[in-house]
Design a protein around this ligand. Structure first.
Ligand SMILES: Cc1ncc(COP(=O)(O)O)c(C=O)c1O
Length: 398
């Protein structure tokens, strides 16, 4: 089995990398170290490159449907990774997961309908809700010393009719679940998901379960597929998955939804007319990754664990005012910097100008994000060390 060297820093400047080639536009200076947008600075599994190269030997790139081998690879993977029995007919291809979320909201909601999200959360969820004319209902996560849980009581309260003036008729049509949760790093337990999913079932509310990070787990954590929790839940859940986070294929614009309910699936597909064919190279890469990428993935998981252990212990030892949430899944570390006493915009300036880091500002993730920063740890360890040293110097200079 080949051993990958993830310590190697591969130059990404000049590749139109959204992460590395946007510093002036995004952060106002060139010399920041990029640890923001969620892709990895690691080369993809070798079999993926080989499969793409082979396909390039044929010089025609016309409309292409998903191969039988790809559908089989997805069905097999669901079984192998999650013990989830799915049928190939349930799979619908999307560009990205965000593209899938937009289509779903367009297909199943009307302007003014309400959609629950649980901030701090991946900010395009809020964009999808706003841009499709629906309204955001926040169910903020609760934090106890940096450990986050869902607020089930508050979740349920969104469905209770309120006799106020003007009369509020509840019309919650959908709930977007982030599982595992970006940016707080939780891998939800079955009971936690079931508590809110059962409320959705009782109230005829769709569950959009974004499980894009399902295979990026740290030691001792196990992913729960929402749609496996009960038949009633499965019947109203759309599950979004991809190889893009797991195998670092985000630029190939390929993901898929799994929709068990025939009527839901038919309406979902109809809403995507003309956009269901999938991306040719993305599908080739996904099939190769699912079939042959596991040795690489095991090494990546181990490496991410090492990065997180270093990151947390360094901060605990040298910057005790900062608090790092435990990372159970994803490769995105969530750091509470409120004890520095800076306003969200001062913290942003401090991170860019003093620490010279390009991170994701916590406030962008909605309520509960002020005073936090998100670090992408899917990067060679020497860069993690460099970032920690930059941060330490800046914090000591305050
Ligand atoms: C929870 C979550 N969903 C979706 C995405 C983006 O997916 P895509 O590029 O497939 O739209 C991300 C990327 O960071 C993410 O963290």
């Amino acid at each position: 089995m080949s051993r990958y060297n993830f310590d190697e820093v591969i130059e990404r400047h000049g590749t139109n990398s959204a992460k590395w080639d946007n510093n002036m536009v995004m952060f106002g200076r060139e010399d920041v170290l990029d640890m923001w947008v969620a892709d990895m600075d690691f080369p993809v599994p070798e079999p993926v490159v080989r499969a793409m190269r082979e396909r390039l030997e044929h010089p025609i790139f016309g409309y292409t449907f998903p191969s039988a081998g790809l559908l089989e690879a997805i069905v097999d993977r669901a079984k192998r990774e999650f013990d989830w029995d799915i049928k190939k007919e349930w799979i619908v291809f999307n560009g990205g997961v965000v593209d899938g979320l937009y289509s779903t909201l367009q297909a199943f909601t009307h302007p003014g309908d309400e959609v629950i999200v649980q901030p701090p959360v991946y900010y395009p969820f809020m964009g999808a809700v706003k841009n499709t004319g629906t309204q955001i209902l926040y169910n903020p996560l609760k934090s106890t010393n940096g450990h986050y849980t869902m607020d089930v009581e508050n979740f349920a309260s969104h469905f209770v009719p309120r006799a106020s003036f003007p009369i509020r008729v509840p019309k919650v049509k959908a709930f977007i679940l982030c599982s595992p949760h970006n940016p707080v790093g939780r891998v939800w337990h079955p009971g936690e998901i079931k508590a809110v999913a059962d409320i959705c079932v009782a109230n005829d509310c769709l569950i959009l379960s974004d499980e894009i990070h399902a295979e990026l787990l740290l030691k001792g954590h196990k992913h729960t597929v929402t749609a496996m929790l009960s038949e009633e839940i499965a019947e109203r859940t759309i599950t979004y998955m991809a190889g893009s986070k797991t195998f670092n294929l985000a630029g190939l614009g390929t993901s898929f939804a799994i929709v068990q309910n025939d009527k839901l699936r038919k309406d979902y597909v109809a809403s995507r007319a003309g956009r269901n064919s999938g991306n040719l190279m993305g599908m080739i890469a996904l099939e190769a990754a699912y079939k042959h990428g596991d040795p690489w993935l095991y090494q990546v998981r181990e490496y991410l664990q090492g990065n997180f252990d270093l990151f947390r212990s360094y901060i605990e030892e040298k910057m005790p005012k900062l608090k790092v949430s435990n990372l159970e899944g994803t490769y995105l570390a969530w750091v509470d910097m409120r004890e520095l006493g800076l306003s969200p915009l001062d913290l942003q300036r401090f991170i860019r100008e003093e620490a010279r880091l390009a991170l994701d500002d916590g406030y962008a993730f909605g309520p509960g994000g002020d005073g936090f920063q998100r670090f992408n740890l899917a990067t060679p360890r020497p860069l993690v060390r460099e970032a920690l040293e930059r941060l330490e110097r800046a914090v000591k200079g305050l």
